[in-house]
Design a protein around this ligand. Structure first.
Ligand SMILES: [Zn+2]
Length: 683
């Protein structure tokens, strides 16, 4: 990779101090400034890497506006300042000012602006994108832009004040490097280039989404980062207030106010703006209030469904155009749906926990709130930690919101619908967002890799607009959330009964000697084998959970080779055929699947039993994991029962706690008075 050069450019207008700009080519400013108030453009002949150009530009902006007031601009003094700042950062800075030549930088470039400027606002709606990501998005929308021209075209939008540019990794106000995509400050790696005296900084935390470096820019719509720091420029001519920019809808084009916006933008140090944007400011939240219930023309659409009795599949046509197709909800689902809607309407509540047993149908419940928010013109995010679940969720959204144009994003999938109000995405994809959503719903909120991942927690918080609301859904909330719910710090709705009304299968705990995990010829105990055979005879499928990838493979192969069972395979996260195998299990071609905790949640198979082997390995099989695994069984109303067996060399505390947790939920469900009785397979 070559170090892309960035120039410091000064724009002169009749009424004040020169305005410094970071430019990929000062010729662009020269051409752009025609027809504006700027009568002169000069540039420092020595280019800098982006992060340094950005840092110098910020210092210069504050010096020129604050320090230079009342005194005439001195080119030589300003040059010395540039040299000094560069030297302090370890970069050769000497040079001189020059006036860019009077010829087009890229012939025909300005002629291409129209279609580009029309699409870019849609591409950048709520996003923080690299040039490559912009190019990809544009080409999916049918506009191919040559790589060389793309940065120049985006730069013209920067000059017009509609777009902000940040070095992917740049300096904070206290001089540290920080990733502008994920906020990382510690895992910043150094990469050396022969032609550069200083290393390139690469973020080591969000590499999975493609590298972010100190030499390459990221772009977002201006004001999207909600810089709450007041602009350095005392003039503050046309600082687009965060509130203003948030009113824009994704499909709208950018606001027009060329030079003023350019001036206004200079005060925002990228380090500042990003750093601050991750916090909420009471100063900016007022513009972002969730609409009052009375203001909404579609106020009663969700309620009416919740109150009216009905049979089977119902179609609801709201007073808006947006249809919602859902299976008839149970009384207890309706109760939770009402509580979620009430949460959406009450301004003071910001977070809400839906604590629902596995198979309760919590997604359907939350679709009402989504429908309400979308009908009010709000933007909604539905996010899950894993790709497999995102895929499945995408299908359910398609079924329940027929005709809705929504964006679906997960590793390997980019179905962009600019202008649509709903985004379904894995949590990782949120790193590419600026604050954008009024409502974010996190399904499987305690699942790996979201759980205990600060970067993803930050990404979710950052994707939410100030004043936005957050709903967590899970069957196994961690202790902190349970505590917050008890204290009333977050809203809570419990869904203790499955949609079909039958109790959760309670795990059977088995203390049984197991072959050592290292054994060459590993074979499951004969009792397990005979269970698998009997399950096959009853036309039931079995998931066999193991604590490690090695054991899963070993056991899967052993069962296959032993020829004891016809259709056996194994699966784990590193398995490159996992999609194919899952499909085979899903359509019944496989009867037994040995698996790691990969399949602990998210997926539903109708006639299923599960066995957990080495269930006493507490570091893997925690209480929450065991509850989730047990929750795979008996989910369909056609076959609401099944066996859950935890086998360990001893009975661990998590095994015991998981059993009590599930039995406790059944007891609570019984109190509701809706619980159906019966606990056998019925076959
Ligand atoms: Zn990063």
């Amino acid at each position: 990779m070559l170090v892309r050069p960035y120039f410091l450019t000064l724009l002169f207008s009749g009424d004040g101090e020169p305005v410094p700009v970071v430019s990929p080519d000062p010729g662009l400013e020269k051409e752009w400034s025609r027809g504006t108030d700027y009568y002169k453009v000069i540039a420092w002949e020595r280019p800098f890497p982006l992060w340094l150009a950005e840092a110098i530009c910020q210092e210069l902006a504050s010096l020129l506006t604050v320090g230079g007031r009342g005194r005439p601009f001195s080119p030589s003094k300003t040059g010395r300042i540039i040299c000094k700042i560069a030297r302090n950062r370890g970069w050769q800075g000497t040079g001189r000012w020059f006036e860019p030549p009077d010829r087009p930088v890229f012939p025909g470039l300005f002629g291409k602006r129209d279609s580009f400027a029309r699409l870019l606002p849609q591409v950048l709606a709520g996003r923080l994108y690299s040039l490559r990501e912009i190019a990809g998005s544009l080409s999916r929308m049918g506009l191919a832009v040559m790589e060389g021209a793309l940065e120049f075209l985006v730069h013209l939008e920067v000059l017009d004040g509609r777009v902000e540019r940040l070095a992917g990794v740049g300096l904070t106000t206290d001089g540290r490097f920080r990733c502008r995509r994920c906020g990382e400050e510690h895992r910043i790696l150094e990469d050396f280039y022969p032609e550069a005296p200083l290393p390139c900084r690469v973020c080591g935390s969000c590499l999975a989404l493609g590298p972010v470096t100190s030499l390459q820019p990221l772009y977002c719509r201006r004001g999207a980062l909600l810089a709450v720091a007041s602009p350095v420029s005392p003039k503050g001519t046309a600082q687009v207030s965060p509130g203003e920019s948030r009113e824009e809808s994704p499909g709208e084009s950018f606001k027009e106010s060329p030079q003023e916006n350019l001036r206004g933008s200079l005060g925002e140090g990228p380090g500042e703006s990003l750093g601050e944007s991750r916090q909420e400011s009471p100063g900016v939240s007022s513009g972002e209030r969730v609409q009052e219930p009375g203001e909404s023309p579609q106020e009663s659409s969700g309620e009416s469904l919740l109150e009216s009795p009905g049979e089977g599949i119902r179609q609801v046509s709201a007073t808006s155009e947006l249809p919602l197709v859902l299976p008839e909800l149970t009384p207890w689902q309706k109760a939770t749906a009402r509580e979620v809607l009430a949460f959406w309407e009450r301004e003071e509540l910001r977070s809400f926990l839906i604590w629902a047993v596995c198979g309760a149908g919590k997604t359907e419940v939350v679709f009402f709130a989504i429908h309400r928010a979308l009908s009010e013109g709000k933007r909604v995010l539905l996010t899950v930690p894993r790709r497999e679940i995102a895929k499945d969720l995408g299908k359910r959204v398609e079924d329940c919101f027929p005709g809705l144009e929504f964006t679906l994003l997960y590793g390997g999938k980019k179905q962009e619908r600019p202008g649509g109000g709903l985004v379904v995405a894995t949590t990782h994809q949120l790193l590419r967002f600026t604050p954008f959503f009024h409502l974010a719903i996190l399904d499987e909120a305690d699942a790996y890799p979201y759980r205990e991942n600060r970067m993803l927690t930050g990404a979710l918080a950052n994707a939410l607009l100030p004043g936005g609301k957050l709903i967590y859904m899970t069957a196994t909330p961690d202790e902190e959330w349970r505590r917050k719910a008890v204290r009333g710090e977050i809203g809570l709705s419990r869904l203790v009964l499955r949609h079909h009304g039958h109790p959760l299968p309670v795990p059977v705990l088995c203390k049984h000697p197991l072959p050592p995990a290292e054994a060459e010829n590993w074979l499951p105990p004969p009792e397990v084998l005979s269970f698998l055979r009997q399950a096959g005879e009853k036309n039931r499928q079995v998931l066999l959970f193991f604590p490690t990838v090695r054991l899963t493979e070993k056991a899967g192969r052993a069962l296959k080779n032993a020829g004891l069972l016809p259709a056996v395979d194994f699966i784990h996260s590193r398995d490159e055929h996992k999609d194919r195998k899952l499909q085979a299990f899903d359509c019944g071609r496989l009867q037994v699947l040995a698996t790691t905790t990969l399949l602990e949640r998210g997926l539903t198979f109708p006639r299923l039993d599960v066995i957990v082997l080495y269930a006493d390995r507490e570091e893997i099989f925690t209480t929450e994991t065991l509850v989730q695994i047990a929750g795979r069984v008996g989910r369909s109303s056609a076959a609401p029962f099944g066996e859950v067996i935890f086998i360990g060399e001893q009975i661990s505390r998590p095994m015991e706690k998981a059993r009590l947790w599930i039995a406790g939920m059944n007891k609570e469900a019984e109190k509701l008075g809706f619980l159906k009785q019966g606990t056998s397979h019925g076959n």
